[in-house]
Design a protein around this ligand. Structure first.
Ligand SMILES: Nc1ncnc2c1ncn2[C@@H]1O[C@H](COP(=O)(O)OP(=O)(O)OP(=O)(O)O)[C@@H](O)[C@H]1O
Ligand SMILES: [Mg+2]
Length: 316
């Protein structure tokens, strides 16, 4: 039986907050312990669990935070376990900062979905006529989306609309937008040097106790980003097929093929699809970082032992 980290245990006196993929414990002094589980979500719904996924997402984000350097303030402090990171607690902005380099996507908020419907204005950007699915956009675009409450669907919106509706103030939007563009440019450059295209991604920002805006959550993982292989991209465009993708687009396409697009509960994924997905997570980790992926066993016991160590230090 393969190791799966599905849910982290409640661990009083620490407060536990469960996200779709991450379980976070609130620590004293403005810190959080974020544990990335193997849970898989797509179309904003819970799909199942994928072996090694949590460890890949955690270690890949840690690797990216390390690459970002001092010009991008972020929340990462340390990684006490292959599935966990200690971060600065921040108040998340109510906006997802989506950066897009290509015309693609199959969800209702995707740029291709809108373009295919004939829309030539997307989140305040004017799009030229004559583009095909998977074409590069003339420049990388910030296409923010609102964070829908649980059960709802995110909406793509322009910065101007977000500011006008009071979701975010203009100065914070400007600063987050500058950081999103800089992080995406750096991510594209590094991905390119590894033979990959960073197609698009979703960033979250938060404000720390000192009022500083920081990149939070995860960075350039296959859950938050779309990746294509550079070598396959040109051929796929000439052949008029989808580029081979390394990311959650694969699961979205599998679910779409089963007739599922986010309504009701998702159909179960076959064992073969689960194994394929796990391999894809590991593959992207190794391709991006150039490091071998070493799976860590007994994740449940490790996390319990980590929590025990943390609470013992608090009580001391
Ligand atoms: N440094 C931080 N301080 C406070 N909250 C954070 C920090 N980093 C991440 N978060 C929050 O932790 C949660 C992580 O949850 P998770 O990624 O599992 O699910 P989600 O964000 O609800 O769903 P999805 O990622 O599919 O949109 C998010 O709500 C995110 O805003
Ligand atoms: Mg998230």
């Amino acid at each position: 039986m393969q190791d799966i980290l599905f849910e982290c245990p409640p661990w009083p006196p620490l407060t536990l907050e469960r996200g779709k993929v991450r379980d976070a414990y609130l620590l004293p002094e403005g810190e959080r312990l974020i544990v990335t589980t193997d849970r898989l979500s797509a179309f904003d719904a819970h799909i199942g669990a994928i072996p090694c996924k949590g460890q890949v997402l955690n270690q890949l984000s840690v690797w990216w935070f390390d690459q970002l350097g001092p010009q991008i303030p972020h929340h990462f402090l340390s990684t006490p376990d292959p599935n966990a990171m200690r971060v600065r607690a921040c108040t998340p902005l109510a906006v997802e900062f989506v950066m897009r380099g290509y015309l693609t996507g199959v969800t209702p908020t995707s740029i291709w979905t809108a373009y295919e419907r004939g829309e030539r204005s997307f989140c305040g950007h004017t799009l030229p006529d004559g583009l095909k699915c998977f074409d590069a956009l003339p420049t990388a675009l910030l296409t923010p989306s609102t964070k829908a409450p649980r059960g709802g669907s995110d909406q793509s919106v322009s910065g101007a609309e977000l500011i006008a509706s009071g979701v975010i103030d203009a100065a914070t939007f400007e600063r987050a937008s500058e950081l999103a563009h800089a992080t995406f440019a750096l991510g594209q450059r590094i991905a390119e040097s590894r033979g990959l295209i960073l197609v698009d991604t979703k960033y979250e920002f938060g404000i720390d106790a000192a009022g500083e805006l920081r990149l939070i959550d995860e960075v350039h993982t296959p859950d938050s980003s779309r990746f294509w292989r550079k070598a396959d991209y040109a051929a796929s465009q000439a052949e008029g097929r989808a580029p081979e993708s390394f990311d959650k687009e694969y699961v979205r396409r599998c679910l779409k093929a089963l007739g599922y697009q986010g309504q009701g509960s998702a159909p179960p994924l076959s064992a073969a699809v689960v194994a394929e997905l796990s391999g894809r997570y590991v593959d992207i980790y190794e391709t991006l970082t150039g490091l071998p992926f070493v799976p860590s066993a007994r994740s449940q016991e490790r996390i319990a032992a980590l929590l025990e160590r943390i609470t013992a230090t608090l009580e001391a």
